[in-house]
Each structure stands twice: as C-alpha cells, then as structure tokens.
Design a protein around this ligand. Structure first.
Ligand code: LMR
Length: 398
C-alpha cells in the first residue's frame, strides 16, 4: 500500500536547521529555527532546569503512568504563572486544562476539542503566521482562513485591516488564532490598547480567541507578555490558550506545554475536562512527564523559581540588546525603517522585507541563514557578527 504515497517536501524550518548544521563555513550566522542561543552560540540548558532535573532524578521512585491530562500540580502552577493566581476565571472554576506535548500538542488538542464542538467553524490565522499553525490546526478537520496582520512595507501590524477583514468575513462561532506575545514570525505584537479593542470586538461578533503563547517572558517580561491572554480569559465567554515551555524554560525536546480552555460555566468546564483527557488518549495516550516535572519543580520552589526568572530576564535582555545593536547597524540610508522595526518588535523573531531570492543569496553567498520569508531569529546573532549581518542585509536589499 505504501507505493500509493507521495513524497512530501521537508518542513521548511526543520530543513533550514539541518542545512545550516551541515554548512561547514566557520563564520555562518544561524538565524533560522526559533531556539535561544547565548553569546557563544550555544543553546544552553538553564541552570534552574539542571538543578530541578538533578533533584528529580535523585527523588524519582517510579516511572508509572501519570494520566491522560498530565500532572495536576503542573497545570495549577502553569495556570497561575500565565494568568496570575487571583485570576477571576480560575476562581470561578471556568478553566479546563491538560498538559500537552509542547505548545504544538496543546494546539492540536485545542483544535480537536473545538472541532468536536463546532466542526462548521472556520479557523482564522494571521498573515503570516507560524508555518505549522495551518497543518497542525487544520489536521483536526477545520477550514483554515487568513486575516491580514503584518504589513511588509511598514513592518508593523495592520490592525484596522485585521478588524475590518474579520468583521466582513468571519462568522459567529469562528475561531481566531492570535499570538499572545512575540508574534512568530514577525515579532510585531498587538499593543495593550489594541487588545483592549480586540477582545470586545471578538465578543460582540461571537468569535472565539485561540491564543498561542509560546514566548511568555521573552518580550517584555512575564506580566506584560500575558496582558492579552489575561484579558481574553477575563472578558470572553470562551477561549483557548496553548502555552509552550520550549523557549522560556529551554525545554524544547522534552515537549512541555499546556492547553487551557475557558468555558462559560463550571459544569461545562467539567465536561470539557473529560473531553481533553479522551482527546489526548486518542492522539498520544498520555503526555511525556519529565519536562513537566521540571517545570513543576521550578515553579513550586521559590529559590529555583527565582533563578529561572533571573535567567529568563538575561535571555530577554540579551535579545533586546541584540535588537538595538542590529538596529544601530541598519540605521543608514535605506535601512532606517528596518532599524526602527527591529527595535519595535519583540521576542526572537522579526520578519525583514527580504524576498525569497534575497534570502537564498544571503544563505549561499554570506552563510546567513533565515527562512525564505525573511524571518530572523535575533538570538542567533551576536555582538561580533552583527556588523557582517547588517552589511550583507543592506547589500542584498539595495
Ligand atoms: C520556530 O518557529 O522556529 C520554532 O517554533 C520551531 C518549530 O518547531 O518550528
């Protein structure tokens, strides 16, 4: 039967990562896959993670199953990290949740839950969005549609276009995928004032937010980055949030995530909770435990939490510093608007006005790796290579 299958092209981001790994030019600059790198170019294990892991390995007595929705304490700690312990939706018992295999696992379970409830809904994603959103959420069965978001000329968010488009084309019951902070791939985020307009807009039209929160703490800090998510969970009747611990805990390959589902009543929440367990059971049976246990240990131990939060601050500030350095280097004739955007954008990514051909030239002629859409991961740069990067960028863009 397998002779009926057709070969597929590799995933663009993963293929780029492998292509860069295979490039033996010593001065290559890897701005591809979204992983945090330190100034030496390493993808470090956070100290708090190492410490928690050491304790866990010493204490662990069994590898028995945990359950389909994962660790209860992990979920509680994560919800209070994301929402704040006093959040009204938590206090009202309106949030169902499940541990998930990464933010992607959370997105997939959330999509399945929503599709079970509303198969006729369409799911709307920003243009552009993380390339995997469309197959990942679409594989639940949804019709996937897009709304305007990033303007490649101004390098900012076209907020009015976004609202107008959704107003004209989305129907009540549709699901709107939003990026909680550090928009992937553009780094262009909604401001608090825009969230303040967006949430009532969605509520008025019966649209349900599905917020992907993969970079909490890497934009402006844990509290500020959660602004939109907290607002949605306070004011919307229903919402979905997919949280990832890949980047802010550096736990990429451990696959740690959380799906939170806001329901209208505690009774509906109980029902959704039972569905989450069964969906996970059907997809992968149970989520992996090790990484979630690390996060649980860190969040539950004041000293480990302090160390983690300081390390997260270092990561965030390093990326902010690199943005300033790149911006200064690009702030010459012809590069001024890119220089401004790089500062205004948040987190790991910016999408530069680079065409596919220019991205290929940068790769082939300058050993600079970015996606063909012009997305850079700023954490892949460092103080030494930013002048080279800026010169090559201005060169191909001129
Ligand atoms: C990225 O966008 O580069 C990361 O989220 C890694 C991935 O899985 O695509």
């Amino acid at each position: 039967m397998f002779d009926r299958l057709e070969a597929l092209p590799p995933d663009a981001i993963i293929a780029l990562m492998q292509q860069c790994q295979a490039d033996d030019r010593p001065d290559k600059i890897d701005l591809g896959v979204g992983v945090y790198k330190d100034s030496a170019g390493n993808i470090p294990i956070m100290q708090a993670v190492k410490m928690a892991e050491t304790q866990i390995v010493a204490d662990e007595k069994t590898k028995t199953y945990v359950g389909t929705t994962g660790r209860v304490t992990y979920r509680e700690y994560m919800l209070s990290l994301v929402l704040g312990a006093e959040h009204p939706a938590l206090q009202a018992g309106r949030i169902a949740s499940t541990q998930a295999a990464g933010g992607s696992g959370a997105l997939r379970i959330g999509a399945q839950l929503a599709f079970t409830a509303a198969p006729d809904a369409s799911v709307w994603v920003s243009t552009p969005t993380w390339a995997n959103h469309i197959p990942l959420i679409g594989s639940a069965g949804f019709a996937m549609k897009s709304y305007p978001y990033y303007n490649r000329d101004t390098l900012g968010v076209d907020f009015e276009d976004m609202l107008t488009h959704l107003e004209d084309h989305a129907k009540a019951g549709d699901i709107i995928v939003l990026h909680g902070c550090c928009h992937n791939p553009t780094g262009a985020d909604l401001t608090p004032a825009q969230w303040d307009r967006l949430i009532p807009f969605l509520n008025k039209r019966g649209l349900l937010p599905f917020i992907d929160l993969a970079y909490l703490g890497l934009g402006h800090g844990l509290e500020k980055d959660a602004y939109g998510v907290r607002l949605a969970m306070r004011d919307c009747p229903e919402a979905l949030i997919a949280v990832s611990c890949s980047k802010n805990f550096g736990l990429y390959k451990e696959r740690v995530g959380l799906l939170a589902v806001l329901c209208e009543t505690p009774d509906q929440t109980q029902i959704a909770q039972s569905q989450l367990g069964m969906i996970q059971r059907t997809l992968i049976s149970m989520p992996p435990d090790h990484g979630a246990k690390i996060v649980e240990r860190i969040l539950g131990d004041p000293e480990l939490r302090r160390i983690w939060s300081e390390e997260l601050t270092v990561m965030r500030e390093r990326m902010r510093g690199l943005r300033h350095q790149l911006s200064d280097a690009l702030d010459v004739q012809g590069g001024e608007h890119i220089a401004r955007a790089v500062i205004d954008q948040n987190g790991m990514f910016s999408t530069l006005p680079v065409t596919q051909d220019q991205a290929i030239t940068l790769r082939e002629d300058h050993a600079i790796y970015m996606t063909n859409s012009g997305r850079i991961n700023i954490a892949g740069a460092n103080g030494d290579n930013i002048p080279t990067l800026a010169t090559a960028l201005l060169d191909v863009l001129s």
